[in-house]
Design a protein around this ligand. Structure first.
Ligand code: ADP
Ligand code: MG
Ligand code: ZN
Length: 494
């Protein structure tokens, strides 16, 4: 951010509301039986309905309604007993019918909220609505020999079911918006309605943002930044847009209500169309579809299938396993990671150790290999066995880390590695005392320094003993014996 913006920034408060489109994980499209598979050869998953050919009639996919309802419930929304599909008319080559079937005045679900504990503490973001709609096809502007002159169209995506989730303008910073988006993604993935794959466009976000003088309660004029398909883009686009609006207001100008596009390469938003040019969608009820009616019993059955949601799980981890809030938050960021933790903790009988191993060593390993927890080959009960070996004092901490590496690389069990390589912890005082004596003999300088009062050399000497035992010596015993040897009369160095 330019320095000149600093004082101004403090004078304004950003206000953000998000509109999120999530593709539902149904096998078939929302109004026809065509496959929704991503990556199929262009224009192979199409039929008269999703191509909008005259006379083709849409038939609502029950599964899409179930998934949409699950998402709405997970967001605490009220499912409306009756909702209505509408035609949203606009003209674009990737929209063959000339309208998109969506829900407008009467959406499937209304008024809910997502509550969670973020980096800044408790957060609550209100949800205005969740509605069902169909996706459009895809215009391909590059990648072909004659892309300079032609746009190619792929209608495989046409008619893929989406939900649109609209939040209240409850977010107050770019970082908070990105955080909310990650939480929302985790929930949609956890309940199995969306694959969370932002690169393939299964989850996209439009961000509405305005700024207002600090302390003001009325909302400022907003702009809408379209099609942000990663957390990072959400954050950077909003940071840029907030700065741009503050700079405009600070210079005495006005913010124009408009739709803008995020240019990730240039790191800025650019105007796309103004309010005046905004499309008039001429919504009207879809005459080919009946109102969508859901009965209370069906809603009840749907609700019963919802799994424990991330925030509830986080709270349970803190109470049931007595984990620090920090651990509980990290472990419930993905349901797969939380599952991995619960299995490990149960098998190891030591939740805090399981948490530490997963948050530190396993996470480091996953980053190193660039894999998600789903791809980790080390089974939770194998990690639990390693933890139990440490807890029973059979191996030392440093050796355990080494064994962990070897388990990962070889797929062998911890106990097998410990046996085969003779890695058992050395507790035997006589054995340790012998090594201590050797180290004292070999390090006359540091020993003299220690005795002269430079106690920092103690750590160095401990390290030497540990090294000599290849990390196997019980560190506590080493400490005791070494200290006794250096200060008492039992040492053999003289
Ligand atoms: P529109 O009619 O332009 O689509 P809506 O009232 O439907 O606007 O709101 C769309 C989204 O914009 C919602 O997420 C809402 O929270 C957000 N929003 C509305 N007004 C503002 C504002 N002044 N500043 C920031 N966000 C806003
Ligand atoms: Mg809108
Ligand atoms: Zn079709």
């Amino acid at each position: 951010m330019p320095l000149s913006l600093l004082p101004l920034q403090a004078m304004y408060e950003p206000v953000i509301g998000l509109e999120i489109h999530a593709q539902l994980l149904t096998d078939t499209k929302i109004f026809c039986g065509c496959s929704t598979r991503f990556g199929a050869p262009p224009n192979t998953n199409i039929c008269p309905v999703c191509l909008g050919l005259p006379g083709a009639l849409p038939v609502l996919n029950r599964r899409a309604v179930e998934f949409a309802a699950r998402a709405a419930m997970a967001l605490g929304c009220t499912i409306q007993p009756s909702s209505i599909f509408a035609r949203k008319n606009y003209f674009y080559p990737d929209l063959p019918k000339g309208y998109q079937i969506s829900q407008y005045e009467r959406p499937l679900a209304t008024e809910g909220a997502l509550e969670y504990t973020g980096p800044d503490g408790a957060a609550r973001v209100g949800i205005i609505r969740v509605h069902l709609e169909e996706d459009a096809g895809k215009s391909l502007h590059e990648g072909f020999a004659d892309s300079e002159r032609f746009t190619y169209l792929d209608y495989n995506r046409s008619g893929v079911p989406l939900i649109e989730i609209v939040t209240h303008p409850d977010l107050r910073s770019a970082a908070a918006a990105a955080e909310f988006f990650t939480r929302l993604r985790a929930i949609l993935v956890a309940i199995g309605v969306n694959d969370g794959n932002m690169e393939e466009g299964s989850l996209r976000c439009d961000a509405n943002v305005s700024v207002r003088p600090a302390g003001e309660t009325a909302l400022g004029v907003k702009t809408e930044v379209k099609n942000l398909n990663s957390f990072r883009h959400v954050q950077r686009a909003l940071e840029h847009e907030i700065d741009r609006q503050i700079a405009a207001l600070g210079a005495g100008n006005r913010v124009a209500q408009e739709t803008r596009l995020w240019d990730a390469a240039a790191g800025r938003t650019v105007a796309m169309r103004s309010k005046e040019e905004a499309d008039d969608y001429r919504y009207f009820p879809e005459p080919d579809l009946l109102p969508l009616e859901v009965d209370a019993a069906w809603i009840g059955r749907m609700r019963a299938t919802l799994p424990e949601l991330p925030d509830a799980r986080r709270r349970r981890f803190a109470t049931e396993y007595h984990l620090p809030d920090y651990d509980a938050g990290v472990l419930t960021q993905s349901m797969a990671l939380a599952d991995y933790f619960e299995k490990t903790a149960a098998a190891a009988g030591n939740a805090k150790a399981a948490s530490n191993w997963i948050m530190v060593e396993l996470t480091r390993k996953m980053n190193e290999l660039g894999i998600a927890v789903e791809q980790v080959t080390l089974a939770p009960d194998a990690l639990a066995e390693l933890i139990a070996l440490v807890d029973r004092g059979e191996i030392s901490g440093p050796v355990a880390k080494d064994v962990f590496e070897k388990m990962f690389a070889s797929g062998r069990r911890a106990s097998a590695i410990v046996e085969a390589e003779g890695l058992r912890r050395i507790d035997d005082e006589g054995a340790i005392a012998a090594v201590v004596a050797d180290i004292i003999d070999a390090n006359a300088g540091p020993v003299a320094q220690f005795r002269a009062g430079r106690t920092q050399t103690f750590g160095f000497l401990v390290g030497q003993v540990m090294k000599a035992t290849r990390g196997k010596a019980n560190p506590e015993t080493v400490n005791t014996i070494l200290r006794r040897a250096l200060t008492g009369q039992e040492h053999t160095g003289d």
